[in-house]
Ligand binder design. Structure first.
Ligand code: SF4
Ligand code: SF4
Length: 375
């Protein structure tokens, strides 16, 4: 089959992409505006996207404001991440029926659907690659994740704006989508044009691109894409120096700064729930009153909850200091020992959605300062 690897698609034709994916049987998910945030939900038309909106983000603060144009992807990431679909907040692991005293254990059927995600940012593709390693590549395949991930079609977006809490450039995960997409687009919008420069990253993407109307992309189109991405990289709201970060965190295990962060930390777990790479969960069992039916569910948990580190009825990380240190140390140091990569992609969500504005980039910089170690 002939496939196109690049194409310039006019704004008026972009809706065809959603139609093509829906007609191919995908459940199409994309960014939408809901409750003054941008969240990922099912979409059926371009008008479902947050057209003409952008987000203003800082530590503990998020707000949507109108842009002075009609950009379709003129914002960054909101409180949702794609893990809500691949690793849902709640999922049934097992149903147990009591039939005349005999217990019948039944795992759920694999869902009869395939997702197409439209509007995945570079940092989010990097986060999915990390969760792939956790759920599929660690020697034990997670069935729920594998079923939701099977047949996934991804349309990435190269970011044309940087958020106030973004730091993907310093994490080398963005703002250009690097890998893991079937298609990637860059939105080009000015007084004279509104179009999308597409590149295919897989055969499946090439086949979809082949069906879209448009013209081949030229060197000038790619120069424009490079300029947009470079400009975004130059305007990141935050940055993190990752050189020797693992060694520095281990060395500063007793830094006084852990206590200073803990004085502000509410142990609310927001940071872990919004994080696209966090994967901790717990299980809950329920039973009907007549004991005829039971269910085991998995739900998201967090290293910030006391119960999560419970051993023999007693939490081993009793204090906010211990819990925050565990979270940051895992993200940036022990994750490297476990999965050969840092567990942070620089999306900035944990900074934006922390109610007291605790900032992983600031805290790690302070913790790495040797003078913070108590005498
Ligand atoms: S730790 Fe924070 S910045 Fe890093 S990936 Fe998670 S939410 Fe994003
Ligand atoms: S760091 Fe912020 S978001 Fe995370 S648990 Fe503490 S208060 Fe909540």
């Amino acid at each position: 089959m002939t496939t196109s690897q690049t194409k310039v698609v006019e704004r008026v034709d972009l809706g065809i992409l959603i139609d093509l994916l829906a007609d191919s049987g995908y459940d199409v998910i994309g960014p939408t505006k809901q409750d003054q945030t941008i969240v990922y939900r099912p979409i059926s038309a371009i008008d479902d996207l947050p057209i003409g909106w952008t987000d203003v983000q800082d530590g503990g603060s998020y707000r949507l404001v109108r842009r002075d144009d009609s950009a379709l992807f003129g914002y960054v990431v909101g409180p949702h991440s794609w893990k809500s679909y691949l690793f849902p907040p709640r999922s049934v692991l097992l149903t147990i029926e009591n039939v005349d005293g005999e217990l019948i254990f039944t795992p759920p059927d694999a869902p009869d659907r395939r997702y197409a995600f439209i509007g995945i940012r570079a940092c989010e593709l990097a986060a999915i690659a990390i969760q792939d390693r956790v759920f599929l590549g660690s020697g034990q395949v997670d069935t729920t994740y594998a079923n939701n991930r099977a047949g996934l079609f991804t349309v990435g977006v190269n970011c044309a704006v940087a958020g106030g809490t973004c730091f993907c450039a310093s994490m080398k995960t963005g703002p250009r989508c690097l890998a893991g997409y079937d298609l990637v687009l860059t939105e080009v919008l000015d007084e004279s044009t509104h179009h999308f420069v597409f590149e295919a990253g897989s055969d499946a993407g090439g086949e979809v691109l082949h069906q879209l109307p448009g013209r081949d992309a030229t060197e000038a189109d790619f120069a424009r894409v490079a300029a947009i991405v470079d400009d975004t990289a130059a305007h990141m709201g935050r940055s993190m120096d990752t050189r020797r970060v693992r060694e520095d965190i281990y060395t500063n295990r007793d830094s006084a700064h852990w206590d200073r962060v803990a004085e502000r930390c509410l142990s609310c777990a927001n940071c872990t729930l919004v994080c696209p790479t966090c994967f901790c969960s717990t299980t809950e069992d329920t039973a009907s009153l007549d004991a005829a039916l039971g269910q085991r569910e998995r739900r998201w948990d967090s290293c910030f909850t006391l119960d999560f580190s419970g051993l023999h009825g007693h939490p081993v990380r009793e204090t906010p200091t211990a819990r925050y240190r565990q979270w940051l140390t895992h993200k940036l140091a022990t994750w490297q020992d476990q999965f050969d990569s840092i567990g942070c992609v620089g999306c900035g969500r944990c900074i934006t959605w922390c109610p007291v504005g605790i900032d992983i980039t600031h805290e790690v910089a302070a913790i790495r300062t040797r003078s913070e170690v108590p005498a």
